[in-house]
Design a protein around this ligand. Structure first.
Ligand code: ZN
Length: 419
């Protein structure tokens, strides 16, 4: 329990992608990584451990070797999870009830958000001395509940119910007259209402991570997809030692909505950072491309474990179990970037480390999801394998995984980077 508690603490401190980046930033700063801005000229001859943040929600950290550089070793994961986003003009009133006007961000299991404590987190943009500044906000108390309708009034609910987000989901927030929400944000941020210009705010589940099972073999928490892979990658990255490769930890926002934003895996963020590292070391474009040829990327995002209640949805044999080891993901249509070349590379590392791996493929009649790997290779074309941790209840407000698998992922990531 003690070990997995650190993962739970990380997730608990990271209710949104902005906070996840902040959590990672704190760990990097402790290890003397310096921040580089995309708006500056970089001089990497002295500071060889750095990180770059884009949109406060994506982060790329890098460690440049002392020796001659052979290539890049990249590990990517995503900072966002399915969540309800607060719309502009957020108060909906019915009599004296005030509910919060929300819309979906990503594809969540809507029913899992009902009848549980929720709160609010995100960022607020405000004016100070003629400048626009940004502040994170995370309200650390129970603020909302989305109450179910009694079964007496919705007697068919157990036969399947089609949720209408606009009608059913707005969380119950207050009783009174309009203006309570704005006042709360002012109080929480210490800003006057007329100083606040804009915000990106999200409703998140207050549930803290916990272990369960006869031997505490399971771990449940919100946002395991994909903060468990973010955390394992960060630990492996920080535990690793100087090698012949530039070690790169690339954490992207917006995977849950297709990665097509300026800070998503479909953007030029990774390509820009890799190129600027080379440029600041006075490498030519040809030398940069030669390095890419020798590079590798691990794209880490959670995988579906076989569910005991619906095993027919899984492939008959490529069906990962919880606590069965890190999962290597394959897909015929290349939604996962793994191929024989990249699978062989990962399997060799696992073999050398004595780590078990499991294979995942979709049931051939069921389309699966996609992830970062094949989107990222559109910009930085290098050998890539998709990996992840087996989990149940993906995109529920509280997901379940094995309490041990993430430790294997830390070891695998560390060995991959160099130890
Ligand atoms: Zn994911």
């Amino acid at each position: 329990m003690a070990k997995v508690q650190k993962l739970f603490d990380f997730i608990d401190a990271s209710p949104t992608a902005f906070h996840a980046v902040e959590s990672v930033r704190k760990e990097l700063e402790k290890k003397a990584f310096s921040e580089f801005s995309e708006g500056d000229t970089w001089r990497l001859s002295k500071a060889r451990k750095g990180y770059v943040v884009r949109n406060s929600s994506s982060l790329i950290a890098f460690a440049i070797p002392e020796k001659k550089i052979k290539g890049f070793r990249i590990y990517s994961a995503h900072t966002d999870s399915p969540v309800f986003r607060v719309k502009e003009n957020p108060e909906l009133t019915f009599g004296e009830y005030i509910r919060i006007n929300v819309e979906k961000y990503g594809g969540m299991i809507v029913s899992s958000w009902f009848d549980r404590p929720l709160s609010l987190a995100g960022r607020v943009l405000f004016e100070k001395g003629g400048k626009i500044e940004e502040k994170l906000v995370n309200i650390d108390r129970n603020l909302f509940v989305i109450p179910n309708v009694a079964i007496h009034m919705n007697s068919d609910i157990n036969n399947g119910y089609k949720y209408q987000v606009q009608k059913d989901v707005p969380p119950l927030f207050a009783k009174g007259k309009k203006g309570v929400f704005g006042k709360l944000i002012s109080e929480e941020t210490g800003l006057k209402a007329d100083e606040i210009l804009a915000s990106d705010l999200f409703v998140y589940p207050r549930q803290k991570g916990f272990t369960f099972g006869a031997k505490d073999e399971f771990a449940a928490s919100p946002r395991l997809d994909d903060l468990a892979c973010v955390y394992a990658g960060l630990k492996g990255f920080l535990d690793s030692k100087d090698s012949e490769y530039v070690r790169v930890l690339a954490l992207f926002d917006n995977e849950e909505v297709g990665s097509g934003t300026k800070q998503g895996a479909g953007s030029t963020f990774l390509e820009d950072v890799l190129f600027r590292i080379c440029e600041s070391l006075s490498y030519s474009r040809t030398e940069y491309l030669k390095l890419l040829h020798e590079s590798f990327a691990l794209s880490a995002d959670n995988a579906h474990g076989v569910h005991p209640a619906m095993s027919e949805k899984a492939d008959p044999v490529n069906r990962p179990e919880l606590n069965g080891g890190v999962v290597l993901k394959f897909n015929g249509n290349q939604k996962y970037a793994t191929d024989a070349v990249s699978a062989a590379f990962v399997r060799k590392i696992a073999k050398d480390e004595g780590l078990k791996l499991q294979d995942y493929a979709n049931n051939s009649d069921i389309p699966g999801g996609s992830t970062l790997g094949n989107i990222s290779t559109g910009h930085v074309s290098i050998r890539t394998a998709d990996i992840g941790l087996a989990q149940l209840a993906m995109h529920s407000s509280c997901e379940t995984m094995g309490s041990k698998d993430y430790e294997d992922l830390i070891k695998l990531a560390c060995a991959y980077f160099g130890k």
